[in-house]
Design a protein around this ligand. Sequence first.
Ligand SMILES: Cc1ncc(COP(=O)(O)O)c(C=O)c1O
Length: 414
Amino acid sequence: MTDLFDKIEQNPGALGMHADESYGYFMFPKLEGEISNRMKFRGKEKLVWSLNNYLGLANHPEVREVDAQTAARYGLALPMGARMMSGNSDYHEQLERELSDFEKKQDTILMNYGYQGMVSAIEALVDRHDVIIYDSESHACIIDGVRLHMGKRFVYPHNDIENLSKQLERATKLTEESKGAILVITEGVFGMSGDQGRLAEIAALKKKYKFRLLVDDAHGFGTLGQTGAGTSEAQGVMNEVDIYFGTFAKSMALIGAFISSEKRVVKYLRYNLRSQIFAKSLPMPCVIGALKRLELLRTKPELKDNLWKIVHALQDGLRQNGFEIGKTNSPVTPVYLNGTIPEATALIYDLRENFDIFCSMVVYPVVPKGIILLRLIPTAVHTLEDVRYTIEAFKKIKENLKSGKYHVSRIVEV
Ligand SMILES: Cc1ncc(COP(=O)(O)O)c(C=O)c1O
């Protein structure tokens, strides 16, 4: 018999095993100052490419003003209690109506966090007679929601529509016997690789199979589609996406999330979504702040235009200079290099200390062994000069990596 705390200490987990040498630098770094393309890290200004502040709303003067005014007027407590019990307000309902209009859906339910909301929504939507089919590169919130599912679940290789079709065939047979239903779950934009889920092709399978489609559009909401309504708008399948999920944590630079769908589905979720029924309602500044952000997102297309100007300059520039950036067709910009985890840490250290560039690094087990993924998130507040400088710096670190300059035997200590 072991003591639980001893066991935890001995098995700190895939990320926790690097805690001692990484804390404060590679993990849990502190970016300080106004949210922008330039922020301070360890007291020194860095060019930051790691924030999902896609439209630059985090520090937009109108947003800051509304955030400050609503915090002063309502405080952070109101409304108290869960929506169902005592935490409802006209503003919560207004935001739901405006999101429904924006997403061209009948109704919307607000959620406190995207992660919890998605886990809870999957749990609420299906029972043991139903089958879930999901993309293999789905975000942790989808995976964890699927884990709660008591019935069958089938996974298809990332964006492999032929395989999805096979899984639908299997699921159809099963659900004919169980009298259950089929839920297909994918993402609008995959957050690591930046490629869009093939929503139009998935939706086309509805001609052959009976299923409902749930799309996590955390990265597509606000960045894709003519009006910014997301990946389903960009691919012309807003009607075919049965359940649209968005978070406020990225384009809206806030906290909170939502699901838009048919009235009957949202009504069901209001009474069955455990993450909302058993949790305090979103505070008023988040709700009124979200209304303001949504207004800007709708009325200031120049924010999205600025974002895409930077996205195109960065992705075209990287490609022209021989960088491997995979299949991205969204603002998420992965740069794939080859190297070990210790090399990756030496490279990031060089990039931060000598080039003053701050970006995220992703290594095994999130990507295959031997791959270093540098993840760049362009935003509307970056400049073309930021792009030029970054590409030049990346050329140098790539040369350094090739020549063995970052060859160290263990993770760089900081
Ligand atoms: C694809 C995806 N889904 C869901 C979430 C979770 O959203 P939130 O930060 O609102 O919990 C994220 C954000 O990390 C995400 O990238």
